[in-house]
Design a protein around this ligand. Structure first.
Ligand code: ADP
Ligand code: MG
Length: 975
């Protein structure tokens, strides 16, 4: 088969090419397309090995991601890592799952086209982990809201539940998916996840009743026993130890060091709540899990006739209770077979083997149907509820396919046959879709391309699924035909029908050499991924997947709501034979292919580095085998044989225009022509490139390397030139910066001033307003309108008074008070006067005090009595009016010693002074008698004398005729 080879179809390759170019110093190459020796498998594996050693587990082949399971936790899945890949082009970051996830998401949003991410690889290669990580990426990075959070939670939490019921430890993987899963995530027009849907494929039911050595039953059984609360286990009639249950120990490894069942139980229990299980639903579900374990412990013994009898009544009791069926009916249906022939019902007892078969078939049916019910239930909780997101018109979906990987064991049965067939189909899809998108691109661009040798596995798919001639058809025929069909007759039929097929072999058909490796009960298929030898034992039974009618009937009567939904009464009356397991599987796969074909695919190819599940172990033989069957070398060749690099003209021109004087700095014409000029200038040879309608196609990476290198050199020379320009520019920039700063400060300061002024004005206006109002209300009692005004008036009166207080006691000025301050003003005035007087008094000297005392006495004596008293007031009294020479010592002596007798008339120019002093001296102030006319006085022995004072021109004292003494005082001198 020829595969038309060319470059990759999606943008991934083009950008990753550049990514590797800018990070060529990284370990190996990030994109195998960049491998020099691209046809060498050794070089391919060496690149994988180098990167794996540095924990670089992801590498691209164009847009396909190759992932090698590290078997250890790497620090590359944090929220920061997610953010790094969000909305970023492939080439800007190193290869990662998140880049694939983000790329698909962006295509979904921008082109509104459904996407799917196909994850393939053999069991244990890391498919399930990759799926979960992608889902987490969307949960973290997609837009959210309250409702969306619930959807996200449910999408994430559906995983632990389905894994508990559908995954198991196998020899290949401690958490091997034993069912196929395709999950659609629904996004609204804003790119928020609003719903989801899961399609499940063929659960490996046989595991419920049997496990190969080193394998376990489904996780849920061990989780329940290990983690379930005592109360719960008691209700379910279970004991803690898995050793008690036949179905759990067939593989003799109930405990696995890498699995923490107790912890996983907690996670599952919580998840059940999140995906909207209520307590009674959980109880119903766990009752079924427990009933499977009890069923496994049902034992039989043969009676005399060889008919099976139940020997474990206890188990039947528990079963009857847990499944809510009648115990006796259940017991009977386990050991009897009901046959309806010719309208009559016949009951025939089963022998031991048949009874055990019936028991196991019931256990498988119960578990298998419950699993489907569980997926349904999850789907209900994930369903896009339009009502909850009103107005969110259309949705797009992104599908994640995580299906059981290619599987080869020592002993391979019907299940492996189905699983490997499924992987053939996926490989087929990979080839077709890759081919299709390549063809479309070259066709639409008008580019011719070369065919490349490629193994197409369609031939194997046909071998399995072709009508009439295919293995499934032959198997079905054997199952349906009357007569004694057995697994052996099936094998014979196969040998007959497909004996010439190059991918089919049996013991009989093989040559001498190969024959040794094949048993007589086996057939071998040469799968795309390698040879697998299948044992036909059990093929017919598993394909028929029949359950005795009376067991079905018993289940239909169950009052456990889940069992009741799983076993529908119509099955009992439906005469049509149900489709065989293989046919059902074939049909569901064909539907799956249709679903996937309708979407834009992205690929993740998972590789398992060793069979021991060990970190840092790179088993080259094992890896080479996977590289081979995954077709990675062809994949690479296809990309390299065509054009390794392609870009839209606009983008190419934009990146490289600086390399040609005609296109730098701008190209005015069509980008198509610009690119033509550019590549001519660069010296591209005709065989190195092709011009498509919208894109340039470059055949060899080295052409692009050279162009990239030239770009690097050009960038450096541009940088040197720019440095010089930069210095001048830098100074000017600094100046401008400072100028700008100055302006900023200025304007800021002006602003501040302006604001201050405005605030002041505002305050002034308010004050004036208050004053006017206060003035209007000034005669009212104090009220809010006038209080400010009144206070101000008072304040200003007091301030005015302070400045204009009287300076001395004689100063009688005093400001006029406002009406409210009249009394206060009066009191203040008195206080002020008192204060002035007091401080005056404090200040005067003793001499002046004496003077004043004399003046006061003089006032008492003379005021109002003597005409010339007022004139005398300003004249100061003095101590003596005699000069030293005027004092005669003899006279003084005489005056001291002699008593003066008789009346004395004294004449003085200073009458007031003399009298005052004399009176004070004599302490006779009250005895002074002033008389302007005449004075009468007593002259000894009762005789009276009179003195008359007369004004005259000249002083004269004489005895007048009337006997009076007359004193003439000159008028002017009167004192
Ligand atoms: N990216 C990864 N990082 C760390 N360990 C991983 C990674 N992918 C897978 N593993 C390990 O390998 C085991 C098997 O992976 P799984 O995804 O279940 O394989 P598959 O689904 O392909 O059978 C996981 O349980 C885990 O221990
Ligand atoms: Mg898996």
């Amino acid at each position: 088969m020829k595969f038309r080879a060319a470059g990759a179809g999606s943008d991934g390759i083009r950008i990753t090419m550049e990514s590797a170019l800018t990070a060529r110093d990284r370990v190996g190459v990030q994109d195998f397309v960049l491998l020099e020796n691209f046809t060498s498998e050794a070089a391919f594996i060496e690149n994988l090995r180098k990167r794996f050693k540095e924990n670089l587990i992801y590498t691209y082949i164009g847009s396909v991601l190759v992932s090698v399971n590290p078997y250890k936790e790497l620090e590359i899945y944090s929220k920061q890592h997610m953010e790094r890949y969000r909305g970023v082009s492939f080439y800007e970051v190193s290869p990662h799952l998140y880049a694939i996830a983000d790329n698909s998401y962006r295509s979904l949003r921008m082109e509104r086209k459904d996407q799917c991410i196909l994850i393939s690889g053999e069991s244990g290669a890391g498919k399930t982990e990759a799926t979960k990580k992608i889902l987490q990426y969307y949960a973290v990075t997609c837009p959210a809201s309250q409702q969306v959070e619930t959807v996200k939670d449910r999408l994430l939490q559906s995983n632990p539940v389905l894994e508990a019921f559908g995954n198991a430890k196998t020899l290949r993987n401690d958490n091997s998916s034993r069912f196929g899963k395709y999950m659609d995530v629904q996004f609204d027009y804003r790119g928020a996840p609003v719903g989801g849907h899961i399609l499940n494929y063929l659960l490996e039911k046989s595991r419920v009743v049997h496990q190969n050595h080193g394998e376990r039953n489904f996780h849920i059984f061990y989780q329940l026993l290990e983690g379930g609360e005592e109360d719960l286990l008691r209700r379910l009639g279970l004991e803690k130890s898995p050793q008690q249950y036949h179905y759990l120990v067939k593989g003799q490894c109930a405990r696995v060091s890498s699995i923490n069942d107790k912890n996983d139980w907690k996670i599952v229990r919580r998840a059940l709540t999140i995906i909207s299980f209520n307590d009674s639903e959980v109880e119903d579900l766990l009752s079924i899990v427990a009933s499977v374990l009890h069923l496994g412990n049902v034992q039989f013994a043969a009676d005399e006739q060889g008919n099976a009898q139940v020997t474990t009544e206890n188990q039947i009791k528990y079963l009857a209770r847990l499944l809510a069926v009648e115990g006796s009916v259940l017991r009977d249906s386990l050991i009897h077979k009901k046959i309806i022939a010719k309208g009559e019902e016949l009951i025939s007892p089963l022998n031991l083997e048949q009874a055990a078969y019936a028991r196991d078939a019931l256990a498988k049916a119960i578990y298998g149907r419950t699993f489907s019910w569980l997926v349904n239930k999850v789907n209900k909780s994930l369903a896009y509820k339009e009502g909850e997101f009103p107005g969110w018109r259309s949705t797009t979906v992104l599908g994640l396919l995580d299906i059981y990987g290619f599987e080869v064991f020592q002993h391979n049965s019907f299940e492996q046959f189905c699983i490997n067939y499924c992987n053939e189909k996926l490989q087929q899809l990979f080839i077709e879709l890759t081919l299709k998108s390549e063809q479309e691109e070259y066709e639409s661009e008008g580019i011719a391309w070369e065919p490349v040798q490629y193994f197409n596995n369609k031939i194997i798919c046909d071998l399995v699924e072709e009508k009439f001639k295919g293995i499934i058809s032959i198997l079905d025929e054997e199952c349906l035909r009357p007569g004694d069909a057995t697994d052996t007759t099936f094998l014979e039929k196969l040998e007959e029908t497909v004996k010439n097929h190059p991918h089919f072999l049996t013991h009989k058909l093989a040559d001498q050499k190969t024959r040794k490796s094949l048993g007589r009960e086996e057939f071998r298929l040469l799968h795309y991924a390698g040879e697998v030898t299948y044992s036909v034992a059990g093929f017919l039974d598993k394909n028929n997947d029949l359950l005795f009618r009376n067991l079905k009937e018993t289940m239909c009567n169950s009052e456990n709501p889940i069992i009741n939904q799983c076993f529908d009464r119509t099955e009992l009356t439906d005469k049509k034979r149900p489709e065989t397991a293989a046919t059902q599987f074939k049909n569901s796969l064909s539907k799956l292919m249709e679903i996937l074909m309708s979407k834009e695919p992205s690929y993740i190819r998972c590789i398992k580095p060793n069979d021991a599940k060990q970190a840092d172990r790179f088993d080259e033989v094992l890896i080479r085998h996977q590289v081979k069957y995954l077709g990675l070398m062809e994949n690479l060749r296809v990309r390299r044989a065509g054009f390794a690099y392609r870009r839209k003209y606009e983008v190419f021109l934009q990146r490289y225009k600086s390399l040609c004087p005609e296109t730098w700095p701008t190209w005015d014409g069509r980008p198509h022509d610009g690119v033509a000029v550019l590549v001519k200038h660069l010296g591209y040879k005709p065989e190195e490139y092709k011009m498509g309608r919208t894109k340039i196609f470059i055949r060899f990476p080295k052409t692009l390397f050279a162009t990239e290198d030239a770009l690097e050199v050009r960038k450096q020379s541009l940088a040197t030139k720019m440095q010089a320009t930069w210095r001048g520019f830098y100074r000017r920039k600094k100046f401008l910066h400072m100028k700008h700063s100055a302006i900023t400060i200025q304007s800021w300061w002006r602003g501040t001033l302006g604001r201050r002024k405005a605030a002041k004005k505002k305050r002034a206006v308010e004050t004036i307003r208050r004053f006017i109002k206060g003035f209007i209300y000034r005669n009212y009692p104090r009220c809010p309108e006038n209080e400010y005004f009144l206070d101000y008036i008072r304040f200003s009166f007091l301030m005015n008074l302070k400045r204009n207080l009287p300076k001395n006691v004689l100063d009688k000025s005093w400001p006029t008070p406002p009406p409210s301050l009249c009394e206060a003003s009066q009191l203040l005035r008195q206080l002020c006067m008192q204060n002035m007087v007091w401080s005056y008094c404090k200040r005067i000297s003793p001499e002046w005090k004496q003077q004043l005392e004399q003046k006061v006495i003089a006032s008492e004596i003379f005021k109002g009595k003597k005409d010339n008293y007022p004139q005398s007031v300003p004249r100061l009294f003095i101590n003596t009016r005699l000069g030293n020479e005027e004092i005669n010592a003899k006279v003084l002596q005489a005056l001291e010693n002699e008593a003066i007798k008789g009346d004395v008339v004294l004449q003085s120019d200073h009458v007031i002074e003399t009298l005052t002093k004399t009176a004070m001296r004599a302490d006779k102030v009250n005895n002074v008698n002033i008389n302007q006319g005449s004075i009468k006085f007593t002259v000894g022995q009762g005789k009276e004398g009179i003195i008359d004072f007369i004004s005259g021109s000249e002083l004269l004292i004489a005895k007048a005729k009337n006997g009076h003494l007359t004193v003439v005082a000159p008028r002017l001198n009167s004192r």
